[in-house]
Design a protein around this ligand. Structure first.
Ligand code: FE
Length: 236
C-alpha cells in the first residue's frame, strides 16, 4: 500500500470512527439505563460498517453496486450446499474424513472451498457419544465459505449467551433432545477460528449416493442445532 493510500484509509477510518462514537453516545443511555436487550439497538459492528461504507462510497473508493453484488453472492450462491458437499464427501471417503478432522482448512481447499471468513477452519465430529454445537459468543463469526451468511438466530443475544450456559436447553428448543449420556461440546468461534460440525451419517443412508447424501445435510446440522435424518430429504 502506498503512503497516499494508507493516509487516505486512515482518514476514512477516523471519519467512520467519529460517526460511530456519535451514534454510540446517543444509544448508550437508553440501552444501559433501561437494562434492555442489546439486540434492540443496532450493534456496534453494524454501525461501524454502515459508517465506513458511507465514507468509502462518498469518496468514490468503493462502488455500492459492487457491495450489493458481493452480498448477493453470499446470500444466493455460496450457501450451506458447500458445507453439505464437504460433509457428504467425508461420509463416503474415510481418508478424506480423517484429513478434514486433522486440518479442516486444507481439506476444504481440496474441494475448492476456503478464503474469506474460513481461513482457519476446525471441523468437529459428532459421534454416538459426543454432540458438538457452534456459537460465536462475541458476535457472529461463521464459516461463510461453507455455510453462506449466518441465520438471524445465530446472531441473536439469546442464542449467543444461552448456547454456552444451557446448550441442552437450546438444543431442545430446536427440537433436539439428547440423551444424558451424550456429551455436549460447545465451540466458541472467533475471528481467527471458525468451526464446522461434521454430523453423524444417518442410519439407513447406506445405499445413497454422495449426491443424495448432500441433499440430506442441513445448515442447522452443520452448526450443531440439529441432526441429519433421512426425513430432511423432502425439504432439502
Ligand atoms: Fe463473531
Amino acid at each position: 500500500m502506498t503512503t497516499t493510500r494508507r493516509d487516505l484509509l486512515a482518514t476514512v477510518l477516523t471519519a467512520a470512527g467519529a460517526t460511530v462514537t456519535a451514534s454510540r453516545s446517543d444509544a448508550e443511555p437508553r440501552n444501559h439505563g433501561e437494562g434492555g436487550d442489546h439486540q434492540e439497538l443496532p450493534s456496534d459492528p453494524a454501525l461501524r460498517t454502515k459508517a465506513l461504507e458511507s465514507v468509502l462510497v462518498a469518496r468514490g473508493l468503493v462502488d455500492r453496486a459492487a457491495l450489493d453484488t458481493l452480498v448477493e453472492v453470499y446470500e444466493h450462491e455460496i450457501g450451506p450446499r458447500n458445507g453439505a458437499q464437504v460433509v457428504a464427501h467425508a461420509w463416503v471417503d474415510d481418508a478424506y474424513r480423517r484429513r478434514l478432522l486433522d486440518d479442516g482448512t486444507a481439506a476444504i481447499r481440496e474441494l475448492g472451498y476456503g478464503g474469506e471468513e474460513s481461513e482457519h477452519l476446525v471441523v468437529v465430529e459428532n459421534t454416538d457419544r459426543v454432540h458438538n454445537l457452534v456459537v460465536c459468543t462475541l458476535c457472529s463469526c461463521y464459516p461463510w465459505a461453507l455455510l453462506g451468511l449466518p441465520p438471524v438466530w445465530y446472531k441473536s443475544a439469546a442464542y449467543r449467551s444461552r448456547a454456552v450456559i444451557d446448550p441442552r436447553g437450546v438444543l431442545k428448543e430446536f427440537g433436539l433432545e439428547l440423551p444424558a449420556d451424550i456429551e455436549v461440546r460447545v465451540w466458541d468461534s472467533t475471528a481467527e477460528v471458525r468451526y464446522l460440525v461434521l454430523p453423524e451419517r444417518p442410519a439407513g443412508a447406506g445405499k445413497l449416493s454422495e449426491a443424495e447424501l448432500v441433499a440430506l445435510v442441513t445448515r442447522d446440522a452443520m452448526i450443531g442445532v440439529s441432526r441429519v435424518t433421512l426425513a430432511h430429504e423432502a425439504r432439502a
